[in-house]
Design a protein around this ligand. Structure first.
Ligand SMILES: Cc1ncc(COP(=O)(O)O)c(C=O)c1O
Length: 404
């Protein structure tokens, strides 16, 4: 048997975790009426203004939209970003520093291709760095860009943020881009200003792009909004150079089916990327962009959304206590439970399905083996807190009854 390459992601990293879960559970019947806590798909209500805006803008479906988005969309994104991250008005370049995305997923994928196109390094095989566990689009982008996808542990030792101190000089010299998620999926860890400044400085020192995935930025606890990469970058002399933030309406506004996200940051990168995107990437329909303009100018539905998630985390604290290393995370809407003592995530997911009808996802399906052949997610189980409070409570009670 050959030893795993020190950095290459194994094939399992490129199979959908949900496909793997289907394969695991399909031969078994659920022990009780199923409750599905696998997919990070918000289920809170679609905001009431969405329907009327779409009806008003319906004629827009009769036209091909511009890849660059409407002026109104770009302005709404810039205004929202400036408000949200405490930037002075006019900090964001509305013309060159904002792009619409057909959901942040496609943007995260295509960004790798542009980063590779502009990378001028000669230090060996180009690499793209991803946190481990990771969102699959990062790995898919790295592979499509012909780069080595290198996993960086993001475990408890480093507060569930990527262990940047572990990166060798050789690797940094051939790095094209780094994906960095805050709040992180699945751990819910949040980068503070010092974390962001350190990662921005690292990217600039080694000449690689920083792709900050902030699609959970509005799902946070205790009224404490996470700091964002844009605020940190704006405080540096180079401003947004080499930095792009990815965000989305999917989680913030319960609109995962709308497929609307946005990229904000380095005007040089974004204005070149848009030319490439114009040949291949999906445009965002103008009625969709009009919904985004309305959604970004309303915070009431977002606050209500947080209230609903908070109630579910309060229920988790009540029902789980300190079991499975649980502590309410500062961001996101996942539970990331340590079930190593029960045989790990895969065995526990199977048991919960067979005995309790609760469908969860093994952490090892969301991460890959690192240099030492060890998959840091194997000991965890992820639960998405997206169902109603009553169903979430029911699932957690069943989980405790089954696992003890
Ligand atoms: C970490 C992370 N990034 C990005 C996305 C993509 O979201 P969307 O394409 O809906 O904007 C998701 C969706 O689940 C996610 O969990």
């Amino acid at each position: 048997m050959t030893a795993p390459s020190p950095t290459a992601a194994p094939d399992a990293a490129f199979v959908s975790p949900f496909q793997r879960l289907n394969d695991l559970l399909a031969p078994h019947s659920p022990g009780r009426a199923p409750i599905n806590l696998t997919v990070g798909e918000p289920r809170h209500p679609v905001p009431a203004f969405v329907g009327p805006v779409l009806a008003r803008e319906i004629d827009g479906f009769g036209r091909y939209p511009a890849i660059k988005g409407t002026e109104a969309f770009r302005r709404a994104v810039a205004d929202w970003s400036e408000r949200r991250f405490g930037l002075a008005a006019g900090t964001i370049d509305v013309e060159r520093g904002v792009l619409p995305l057909n959901g942040s997923r496609e943007g995260l994928f295509y960004a790798a291709l542009e980063a590779r196109r502009r990378w001028k390094g000669t230090a060996g095989r180009p690499a793209i760095l991803l946190p481990n566990p990771f969102y699959q689009a990062y790995a898919a982008g790295a592979v499509a860009a012909g780069c080595e996808a290198v996993m960086i542990d993001a475990g408890p030792e480093t507060g569930f943020l990527p262990d940047l101190a572990s990166l060798s000089a050789d690797l940094l010299a051939r790095t094209v881009a780094l994906y960095y998620a805050s709040p992180a999926n699945p751990q819910g860890a949040v980068a503070n200003r010092a974390d962001w400044l350190a990662v921005i400085a690292l990217a600039r020192r080694h000449g690689f792009m920083l792709f900050a995935d902030e699609c959970y930025s509005e799902i946070y606890r205790d009224g404490r909004p996470p700091d964002g990469v844009l605020a940190a970058a704006a405080a540096t002399p180079e401003r947004f150079a080499g930095v792009v933030a990815f965000n989305s309406l999917s989680k913030r506004s319960n609109l995962p089916g709308l497929r609307c996200g946005f990229a904000v940051g380095d005007p040089d990168f974004l204005s070149r990327w848009v030319a490439f995107r114009n040949m291949a990437a999906p445009q965002v329909p103008t009625p969709t962009q009009a919904v985004a303009v309305a959604a970004l100018s309303d915070e009431a539905h977002v606050a209500e959304n947080r209230r609903l998630y908070d109630a579910k985390f309060a229920a988790a604290e009540r029902i789980l206590g300190r079991r499975f290393g649980f502590a309410t995370p500062p961001g996101g809407f996942f539970l990331w439970l340590d079930v190593a003592d029960l045989g790990g995530g895969e065995a526990t997911a199977l048991r919960l399905w067979r005995d309790a009808g609760v469908r969860t996802i093994p952490g090892g399906y969301l991460s890959a083996s690192g240099a030492d052949g060890r998959n840091p997610g194997d000991r965890y189980l992820r639960l998405a807190m997206v169902e109603s409070l009553a169903l979430t409570e029911e699932a957690l009670v069943r989980l405790v009854d089954t696992l003890g």
